[in-house]
Write a protein that binds this ligand. Structure first.
Ligand SMILES: Nc1ncnc2c1ncn2[C@@H]1O[C@H](COP(=O)(O)OP(=O)(O)OP(=O)(O)O)[C@@H](O)[C@H]1O
Ligand SMILES: [Mg+2]
Length: 167
């Protein structure tokens, strides 16, 4: 288990970018944490670190976004159909495990070249393989816990605890 504290959104993105350097094909990255905890922000960093270009539109209304990663250098030598790797970003907030199964989940998971990032992964836990990497994001000082008079001046509302649970 590794624990990180970030103090603004940019740092959370950077952490995602750093993690991307260690992500290999076949990896499933599961993000859990309450509304606004930074799952999408972290995902944007991951995607950037994986070499995907903006814009990363949110999959909120489409279950899943699909990106193609063009491999360069060493990664290209060791991999994959024409130097392209598939990256899938799922937001499970409004969907069921069945919805995800219905969009070809088993096939996507079975392909060791794919990288899958899932927000609200805890909502579809029953279909997530054991070996997946789980990341928990937490608001360190939720705004209701901060005295009203210090809310605007304190940066503490921007603190997030990001816990890498397994690998
Ligand atoms: N340290 C931080 N890390 C990440 N986001 C932060 C941080 N501090 C402030 N923020 C802000 O908090 C918000 C996090 O939103 P984000 O969409 O990433 O959360 P989320 O977990 O994906 O929420 P949802 O469950 O609604 O999808 C953004 O507005 C971001 O700018
Ligand atoms: Mg989100």
């Amino acid at each position: 288990m590794k624990i990180f504290i970030t103090t603004d959104a940019e740092q959370t993105k950077e952490l995602g970018e750093l993690l991307a350097e260690e992500i290999k094909g076949g990896k499933i990255i599961c993000l859990e944490g309450e509304l606004g905890s930074g799952k999408t922000t972290f995902t944007q960093g991951l995607l950037k670190g994986l070499g995907i270009k903006d814009p990363y539109t949110s999959p909120t209304f489409v279950v899943m976004k699909h990106y193609k990663r063009k491999l360069k250098g060493r990664k290209l030598l060791t991999k994959i159909r024409g130097g392209v790797q598939d990256i899938y970003h799922i937001d499970a907030y409004r969907v069921t495990a069945k919805n995800v199964l219905d969009i070809g989940w088993e096939e996507i998971v079975a392909d060791k070249n794919n990288i899958i990032i899932i927000e609200w992964a805890n909502k579809i836990k029953k279909i997530i393989p054991q070996k997946s990497l789980w990341i928990k994001l937490k608001l360190v000082n939720p705004s209701h816990a901060i005295p009203a008079e210090s809310r605007r001046t304190e940066a503490s509302e921007n603190k997030r605890e990001i816990i890498l649970l397994s690998k």
